[in-house]
Design a protein around this ligand. Sequence first.
Ligand SMILES: CC(C)(COP(=O)(O)OP(=O)(O)OC[C@H]1O[C@@H](n2cnc3c(N)ncnc32)[C@H](O)[C@@H]1OP(=O)(O)O)[C@@H](O)C(=O)NCCC(=O)NCCS
Length: 137
Amino acid sequence: MTLADLGDTPEHRRALYELNKECAADIPERGEFYSFDEYVERRFEVASYDPRGVVIALDGEAWVGMAATSRHESFMFNEMTGVRAGYRGRGISIAMKTFGMAFIEECGASRVRTFHHPANASAIAMNRKMGFVDTVD
Ligand SMILES: CC(C)(COP(=O)(O)OP(=O)(O)OC[C@H]1O[C@@H](n2cnc3c(N)ncnc32)[C@H](O)[C@@H]1OP(=O)(O)O)[C@@H](O)C(=O)NCCC(=O)NCCS
């Protein structure tokens, strides 16, 4: 489901923060994660944020994965994708990112961008599987 479907409420924003924080701990050299206030400022209180672009994978009521896409002038940006450790390797990231393409289509965008740490092998393989190709710009 998307955050728009679930409700863009303060409780859900906090749950997204916790999920993002937990998954981001496995990104090479990520360092200390944002405080909740910083996260709100950088991820929600920006013009590129749209709750329709935030896909949440659910196991019953439990939030087990997220894939966020934001909207920019000439492209869409695949931001954080994360799956809780116990749920990895089951195709959940590909399912979330594919589901998220509906929002991208709704926006009429023709280009999706993303980036990852060069040592993040699982993220690189995930994005290659999604069809991303390298660019130099
Ligand atoms: C990257 C991440 C989201 C992948 O989630 P996932 O649900 O386990 O991935 P999937 O099961 O959908 O796998 C998709 C593809 O990614 C690749 N992949 C996934 N895990 C991998 C691993 N440990 N090593 C190498 N490739 C891997 C594979 O190509 C896989 O496709 P395949 O199984 O058909 O070969 C997850 O490992 C994660 O949350 N990591 C920590 C957070 C992070 O680094 N996020 C990306 C930064 S933007």
